[in-house]
Design a protein around this ligand. Structure first.
Ligand code: FAD
Ligand code: SF4
Length: 462
């Protein structure tokens, strides 16, 4: 009978890893992966696949792992995902494939994410070429943004023969995978760069330092550069702030800026000059994955690091694994706590923060219980740096420079279920359409749009 619990995965000691940027999780080795794969029941109606936004044939790849056929397993995954080593590390499997696994009813689900990660890492270490033969059709397609949605869309269209160019505003490709998620969760040169390169190996060109809407417009792409369709995967990189007194003080910054300095611009490394200010005691406001990343990064840079969140632990939107890792490393959780005012000293620097205690009231429209202030419960949190991690919105640049491109009241680009926008030949997907979401949902949207773009281009040009 299958064991009720997962084969445990080896991790770096919490005390040691709290002082370095090396990867927390070591992943499975071959023996561990085979042992875990043996737990899978190879269900006829696999519920796990229904929970996967890109419909990876999970039982098939796990069956191959069980037999030690790791290359065959990689080929099964490659049919549905172009970023498996990334997804195996950062997908919220507990609410997707693993959340649906039948073994989860009476015990722990199969560790699908760790098996995907193992297969992807094995195939990278063994230089397995998963690109296949491609027949070019000469039709040019532009992709805006090199995050998971843009890369997935680019990869699928390149496999179908299109001449794909990705335009990226930053100097490095990868979107949030490169500038947002820290090295200790997602190694950059080893994992992200490798998966970006495998998309380049399909013939995709990536042009960095191109800000669409400034360097070139979508109209110019069609009229002057010969592109026949465009996919917008520009993400949701514009941070929100609270609008409380003191928010303009030195030492208050968005999680996006803090993480971009550390991840993309390598501020944590002695051989880089990127300036970064880290307080002695840092409060990160918010409870999502981004907040956990910012708090754990501040900790590694030497700060006492707090998560300040207005609801309770149950409502924390971050992945369970990230909260667990953050606690193990010594992040302090100030729950049911909301900031009211940031104190500023005579030099304009943060020197404390008034917070108020909260309690949970009735459920709101989102179904979560609404936090309500407890009168008279104000107190001072002694901090010298505040990082705001309250969610992000799409940057309005592309919409404001593209006539006829509809957006909604959340500034997100309006697209139908195939990703088609209000403009012919212009598709969109990922965070720029949904608002901040997940890597795998962005990839799923990129793949859906690629299929629709292929249909459109075939009917019109082939
Ligand atoms: P992005 O990844 O944001 O990529 C958009 C790209 O477009 C960027 O590179 C940007 O520079 C570029 N761009 C923007 N405007 C222009 C322009 N005008 N011209 C050219 N290029 C442009 N999700 C998970 O599933 N698991 C996690 O653990 C997780 N952790 C996260 C941690 C952090 C810190 C953050 C910020 C997000 C996290 N997410 C996580 C969310 C996930 O990363 C995003 O949902 C996903 O990356 C969205 O993909 P995307 O392709 O839509 O956009
Ligand atoms: Fe295997 Fe679980 Fe999927 Fe069934 S639901 S095929 S046991 S991973």
């Amino acid at each position: 009978m299958a064991s009720k619990v997962k084969v445990p995965v080896r991790e770096q000691d919490p005390k040691v890893r709290a002082t370095n940027f090396e990867e927390v999780c070591y992943g499975y080795n071959e023996e561990e992966a085979i042992e875990e794969a043996k737990r899978c029941l190879n269900c006829k109606n696999p519920r796990c696949v229904q929970g996967c936004p890109v419909s990876i044939n999970i039982p098939d790849f796990i069956s191959e792992v069980k037999e030690g056929n790791f290359e065959a397993a990689a080929k099964v995954i490659a049919k549905s995902s172009s970023l498996p080593a990334v997804c195996g590390r950062v997908c919220p499997q507990e609410s997707q494939c693993e959340g649906n696994c039948v073994l989860g009813i009476k015990g722990e689900p199969v560790s699908i994410g760790k098996l995907e990660r193992f297969v992807a890492d094995w195939s990278r270490k063994h230089n397995i070429d998963l690109s296949g033969d491609i027949k070019k059709n000469g039709i040019k397609v532009a992709i805006i943004g090199s995050g998971p949605s843009g890369l997935a869309c680019a990869g699928d269209l390149a496999k179908l023969g299109y001449e794909v160019t990705v335009f990226e505003a930053f100097h490095k490709a990868g979107g949030v995978l490169t500038y947002g998620i820290p090295e200790f969760r997602l190694p950059k040169s080893e994992v992200v760069d490798y998966e970006v390169n495998s998309i380049k190996n399909l013939g995709v060109k990536i042009e960095t330092n191109v800000v669409v809407g400034r360097t070139v417009t979508i109209q110019e792409m069609f009229e002057e550069e010969g592109f026949k369709a465009v996919f917008i995967g520009s993400g949701a990189g514009l941070p929100s702030f609270m609008g409380i007194p003191g928010e303009n003080a030195n030492g208050v910054l968005s999680a996006n800026e803090f993480l971009t300095r550390v991840n993309l611009m390598k501020a944590y490394r002695d051989d880089y000059d990127t300036p970064i200010r880290v307080g002695k005691k840092v409060a990160v406001i918010g409870g999502g994955n981004v907040a956990m990343d910012a708090a754990r990064t501040a900790l590694r840079l030497g700060a006492e690091s707090h998560i300040v969140y207005r609801r309770s632990e149950e409502e924390l939107p971050a992945r369970v694994e990230e909260v667990h890792h953050a606690k193990e490393e010594g992040i302090q959780f100030d729950l049911l706590t909301n900031p009211k005012e940031i104190h500023v000293d005579e030099n304009g620097d943060v020197c404390g923060m008034t917070c108020v205690k909260m309690e949970l009231g009735e459920a709101d429209a989102s179904g979560r219980r609404r936090p309500v202030e407890i009168a008279g419960s104000e107190f001072n949190l002694d901090v010298d740096m505040v990082i705001m991690s309250l969610g992000t919105k799409p940057n309005p640049l592309i919409a404001s420079t593209t006539e006829g491109l509809d957006i909604n009241n959340r500034r997100c680009i309006v697209a139908d279920e195939d990703g088609l926008t209000s403009l012919e030949g212009v598709y969109a997907g990922g965070d720029t359409v949904t608002g901040a979401a997940t890597v795998i949902s962005a990839m799923g949207a990129g793949r859906t749009a690629a299929a629709a773009m292929d249909k459109y281009l075939r009917e019109k040009y082939l």
